[in-house]
Write a protein that binds this ligand. Structure first.
Ligand code: SF4
Ligand code: SF4
Length: 465
């Protein structure tokens, strides 16, 4: 017969064994040298968006590193509070450039989240199912992503979206989902390979500048197809031959940041194989979130000696499209044409992609390109480098914190009086659109990827349709 005490004690033992199992995994996975490299100076604190919002040490990089170390050293139980503090981190890596000790915080948080995902009891069954489907079955498979793109296209074109918006049906799920529904991008059932082929030559009779292999991206190719098409058009105009390796897959960033590092590693290995014989001088990405993982494939696969040489070859060639255009492309001419509607110059402001800025060190190139556009007034917003709250799937998994961060961001945007926000990452673009809808000082503000904006401003472009 089961006593009442047995019933009460059993879950507590289970919980204890789970936290102990998590501690053991953290011990194996966390880089202890990196944990001890932190000298607790606190220089990273002002750069951290979650610390800025909460003012809590545990919500800062230094605090999270201390928690990781205390868990590994056996000084605290890595229970639910520990999991929450790690999951509240955006992974924006703004703390890294601020750190005088060069602590590799991005690697630490990825290792911690991976360990947490192996042992967490916090996910409900449907969340586990959804994660499994999306992170392991759908996102890594381009054909399935194209089905999602086709579904979105139908959703928008069939009138179903209008019906959902009119009836407020999305609010049945949550108020946040209703807001997110408003910014769903246009889908496409076909990507660049299917529509443009695997080779697009440089424009003009002058000798090509270089050969660039394009990373098409899972979301970019199925939800931002037009941006991919315009990326190719601009690169071709700037003198690059473009090859698009057909067997490439999603970069793995979404999986790596969600605690599914093994899945991300498998995708990295496949991508390296797909690009290795492309003859590329450069590998180009037009999404900061993807580029930041691509540029660290050598670090991601550091424990796989058989891949080191090829992963290093790959990582060394990766550049964001703005950097590639700025540093290596033919000089193009950009002019914003207002068609005489107004005599005042449109005000444009740029929101950094955290990963492009903090990991790829590519924060300047988009600004330099925008400065080349005549007919606009470029106004820097306060704290443009601070995260907008998108951070991969963060605005879905941590909507409250994401919203607070976004509200602060929109105050800075509103101060500039901008009527156009430019970004370099699809997640930032959607999040900023959400910000305009919810907190913009007018909802006429256009949010665009830098490539879409430059393409429209490009003079004498022969369009790739
Ligand atoms: S990655 Fe971003 S949110 Fe996380 S600790 Fe560093 S600065 Fe803060
Ligand atoms: S700046 Fe670097 S060394 Fe200083 S507290 Fe932050 S992580 Fe630690």
């Amino acid at each position: 017969m089961t006593s009442r005490v047995d019933v009460v004690e059993k879950p507590s033992n289970d919980k204890k064994s789970k936290t102990e199992a998590l501690r053991q995994t953290l011990k194996v996975q966390l880089d202890y040298d990196q944990l001890t490299n932190c000298m607790r100076c606190g220089f990273c604190l002002p750069a951290c968006p979650t610390f800025k919002i909460t003012g809590m040490e545990a919500e800062s990089p230094r605090g999270r590193i201390s928690l990781m170390k205390a868990a590994v050293d056996g000084l605290m139980e890595p229970g639910i509070a520990f999991e929450d503090q790690m999951n509240h981190c955006l992974g924006c890596r703004a703390c890294e450039p601020a750190c005088p000790a060069d602590v590799k915080y991005g690697q630490l948080i990825e290792q911690a989240k991976d360990a947490i995902e192996k042992h967490t009891t916090q996910h409900r069954t449907w969340v586990k199912g959804l994660r499994y489907m999306m992170l392991k079955k759908v996102v890594p498979n381009q054909k399935r992503m194209q089905l999602v793109g086709r579904g979105l296209q139908l959703y928008k074109k069939s009138g179903l979206q209008k019906f959902v918006q009119k009836t407020g049906a999305a609010a049945v799920l949550s108020a946040h989902m209703k807001d997110m529904e408003m910014v769903i991008p246009d889908g496409s059932g076909k990507g660049v390979v299917e529509q443009l082929g695997t080779f697009i030559p440089a424009k003009g009779i002058a000798e090509k500048v270089a050969t660039v292999a394009m990373f098409r991206g899972c979301m970019m190719d199925t939800m931002f197809y037009e941006t991919n098409r315009k990326t190719i058009a601009l690169l071709s105009e700037a003198g690059f031959d473009i090859v698009i390796p057909e067997t490439q897959r999603c970069c793995g960033a979404m999986q790596a940041h969600s605690g599914e590092v093994d899945v991300a590693k498998a995708q990295a290995r496949d991508n390296i194989k797909a690009f290795r014989n492309s003859g590329a001088d450069f590998i180009v990405s037009n999404a900061g979130g993807c580029g930041a993982l691509l540029v660290e494939y050598d670090i991601l696969l550091k424990d796989e000696p058989e891949y080191q040489a090829d992963a290093t070859w790959f990582a060394k060639r990766v550049l964001d499209v703005s950097t590639l255009l700025m540093k290596h492309g033919r000089k193009l001419t950009y002019h914003y044409n207002t068609s005489g509607e107004t005599t005042t110059l449109p005000i444009v402001t740029y929101q950094d992609s955290c990963h492009l800025r903090n990991v790829m060190k590519g924060g300047e190139a988009p600004r330099q390109l925008l400065k080349q556009v005549s007919g606009i007034q470029l106004v820097e917003m306060k704290a443009a480098s601070s995260c907008c709250g998108s951070a991969g799937t963060y605005n879905l998994t941590q909507p409250e914190m994401a919203n607070q961060i976004l509200e602060h961001k929109m105050c800075d945007v509103n101060e500039t009086m901008a009527n156009r926000i430019i970004t370099s990452n699809p997640g930032c673009q959607l999040q900023m659109q959400l910000g305009v809808n919810k907190h913009g000082n007018n909802n006429e503000i256009i949010v665009e990827h830098i490539i879409d904006f430059l393409y429209d401003c490009l003079q004498r472009v022969e369009r790739v349709e």
